[in-house]
Design a protein around this ligand. Structure first.
Ligand SMILES: [Zn+2]
Length: 388
């Protein structure tokens, strides 16, 4: 099992799937075809879906015996870029580790799902299992958005749990933050630097906006911490404006990012934006603020069946919050409890990315245990007091 997994991860790393829109890579077409071919060879009937320009999902179902509700597994097929080191596309094995772009985030998990599919195809599980491989998680999650909009609503019966295999160091990820991208634009009036009577400086009001943001950031630090995720936070991202030394700037823009906790919704972020706009607003210039992009935070109940099934399979695992945003939030928004569980490794998005092969093997064994044993047990109500 371990050798097969190590080989599969290396094949997957070699198959370039650098995100098309984030890093102008080839996207998921080749890797989607590779995954589909593996599943087909195992006797499954995978469907390759087009989720966008050069963006491809793969979906495959394994029919169960009708003894447990359907369960969905999810991993993303794309990776971040390799500009800093193209050699990252040549995987190498060193002892327990496979190095290469995406080995950890998250082609190791793709390999686990492919092998799981092969094993389930040979011996039908108690309930239906859906394997979903998504495009574009590293940019706008168009792959999982496509699944949630077009594929999930058509499932009958609907799934009752999702396991997203993002690397969690074999802990049970039950929460992560959301994020919002915001901006304010200031419109002034251009004039020669010698004509204060005509010019309206669009940059100076951003000083007040920055001060308002700094205050807001301090308030977040001083607020009550989430037990798994700590505090909400913000940081300035981009500041632009001005044309020349001797010209009153007619336009300026400040962009920032806000990382949100599960109880911080878009309405709260909108009110914070209003404060920043208000701080910069009074004067002969015009200020516009907007929320450009929002991804909601994610939290799943520790008592939801999919979390209980994982806890039962891995009683020693901790329930943890993840630092990064994941596609689990999109499944959660669609009303399906989604939990994170994946392998150990290091270096997501970095030059020394690796995944542990023994951890991939343990991850696969855990998922087999969930699918064949603990998931049906939870639904059969046979769990007694043990899972509490
Ligand atoms: Zn990832």
């Amino acid at each position: 099992m371990e050798e097969r997994l190590a080989g599969l991860v290396q094949d997957l790393v070699r198959t370039n799937s650098v995100n098309a829109t984030l890093a102008n890579g080839p996207g998921e077409e080749a890797v989607a075809r590779f995954v589909a071919a593996q599943l087909q060879a195992a006797g499954l009937s995978p469907e390759v879906q087009v989720a966008g320009d050069r963006q491809y999902n793969v979906v495959a179902s394994i029919r169960g015996r009708g003894e447990a509700p359907p369960l969905v597994l999810n991993a993303h097929l794309d990776t971040v870029g390799v500009e800093e080191s193209p050699a990252l596309l040549n995987p190498r094995r060193e002892g327990d580790r496979v190095y290469g772009r995406g080995a950890y985030d998250m082609k190791g998990s793709v390999a686990v799902m492919v092998l799981l599919g092969e094993m389930l195809a040979r011996r039908p599980p108690p309930g239906d299992v859906w394997l979903t491989f998504s495009a574009d998680e590293e940019d706008r999650s168009r792959g999982t958005e496509h699944l949630v909009r077009h594929w999930l609503p058509a499932l009958d019966p609907p799934p009752t749990g999702v396991i997203v295999l993002e690397p969690t160091e074999e802990q049970i990820g039950v929460a992560h933050k959301g994020f919002a991208w915001l901006e304010v634009e200031v419109h002034g009036r251009a004039a020669h630097g010698s004509r204060p009577d005509e010019g309206v400086d669009a940059i100076l009001p951003l000083g007040r906006a920055l001060q308002a943001l700094e205050r807001l950031g301090r308030e977040l630090e001083e607020s009550v911490a989430h037990p798994l995720l700590g505090h909400g936070s913000l940081h300035a991202s981009l500041i632009e404006g001005g044309t020349a030394w001797s010209v009153y700037p007619a336009w300026a823009r400040l962009r920032w990012e806000r990382r949100t906790l599960p109880d911080e919704d878009e309405a709260l972020v909108a009110r914070e934006l209003e404060r920043v706009v208000h701080a910069a607003a009074s004067g002969p210039w015009r200020v516009e603020g907007r929320i450009v992009f929002v991804r909601l935070p994610h939290q799943v109940s520790p008592e939801s069946p999919v979390v209980r099934a994982l806890r039962r399979a891995r009683p020693e695992a901790q329930q943890v919050g993840m630092a990064f945003w994941t596609d689990a939030a999109l499944f959660g928004e669609a009303g399906v409890p989604a939990v994170l569980f994946g392998p150990c490794g290091h270096g997501a998005h970095a030059a020394d990315e690796w995944v542990s092969v023994s951890s991939l093997t343990r991850t696969l064994k855990t998922l087999l245990d969930v699918v064949y044993t603990t998931w049906p047990e939870i639904w059969a109500g046979a769990e007694g007091g043990k899972s509490q």
